[in-house]
Design a protein around this ligand. Structure first.
Ligand SMILES: [Zn+2]
Length: 280
């Protein structure tokens, strides 16, 4: 049984956002919400962490209600989902969740230090009962299939027309220890050649050589990676963060190819309109 969990005490994290470059403060409070929810509070607005509240997907996932928004929620939500936290109220002062080291490692460490409280109540679970596939015109896709066990198996592959990063793939069985050790430390990445364009588009203003793995034609420019296949691991980190917007744990096999935030959320929306799942 998947049970609902919250934090034993609040956690405070601060830093600057990767896209805005602006300082923000986050306080994750323990909570027993109505039905197992992660809820953000900002400027007096309550924004549930749900795919229904996604308002922007340019290089990050932004959620919002009315004119109140919070950018780049995916790494923190990934940490909470990876650790099995279903209930929390997150106060945000600022526009964007801090990027920290570009991974979800510090969120994980702080939440682990706070500890967990298990309410002994069943968490929501979405089980895949029929295959479902969502793809876009670039050949990127996410496909889910039923599975015999009560697990989520994630298979992710990335491919680029780029000399030092042609292909990476990885398969994991989703679980707390796997998440902590294999996924959480993987940092976000970009290609050296796209930095100028990102900055011109008003993105990446808080990015630097400490919080982004910068990939050049001959390999990583800024020091050794944390894993030889760190980029695909970060893609799984992002995928898990966006999957948390389902508001439920997922059981099934999930294959993702060339995935990004837009694909994740478009997949979730169309999957939730399908008859390919049931709530346990
Ligand atoms: Zn990311």
């Amino acid at each position: 049984m998947f049970t609902r969990k919250t934090l034993k005490r609040e956690v405070e994290i601060e830093g600057f956002g990767i896209h805005t470059g602006k300082f923000s403060k986050v306080k994750i409070n323990s909570a027993l919400n109505d039905g197992g929810k992660i809820v953000f509070l900002t400027k007096g607005e309550r924004i549930e962490a749900s795919y229904r509240n996604v308002v922007d997907l340019k290089r990050a996932t932004t959620i919002g209600v009315n004119d109140k928004k919070i950018k780049t929620v995916e790494h923190m939500l990934s940490a909470l989902y990876g650790l099995g936290v279903t209930d929390a109220v997150i106060e945000v002062v600022g526009e964007e969740i801090p990027v920290l080291d570009g991974s979800s490692k510090e969120f994980v460490e702080e939440v682990m230090k706070a500890g967990f409280e298990d309410f002994g109540k069943e968490a929501k679970v979405v089980k895949v009962v029929k295959p479902f596939r969502y793809e876009n015109s670039d050949g990127a896709f996410i496909e889910v299939r039923p599975i015999d066990t009560e697990e989520l198996v994630l298979k992710c592959s990335i491919s680029y027309d780029y000399p030092s990063l042609r292909w990476q793939d990885l398969e994991i069985v989703f679980g707390r220890d796997t998440y902590i050790n294999e996924i959480a430390p993987a940092r976000t990445f970009c290609f050296y050649e796209e930095i100028a364009h990102l900055l011109r588009s008003g993105l990446g203003r808080g990015g630097n050589y400490r919080n982004v793995v910068v990939i050049g034609p001959k390999g990583i420019i800024n020091g050794p990676p944390r894993f030889p296949d760190e980029p695909v691991r970060h893609k799984i980190l992002d995928l898990i963060g966006d999957l948390s917007l389902l508001g439920a744990f997922l059981i099934g096999e999930l294959l993702a190819h060339k995935n990004n935030h837009r694909l994740h959320v478009e997949f979730i929306k169309s999957f939730m309109e399908s008859d390919c799942y049931k709530y346990l």
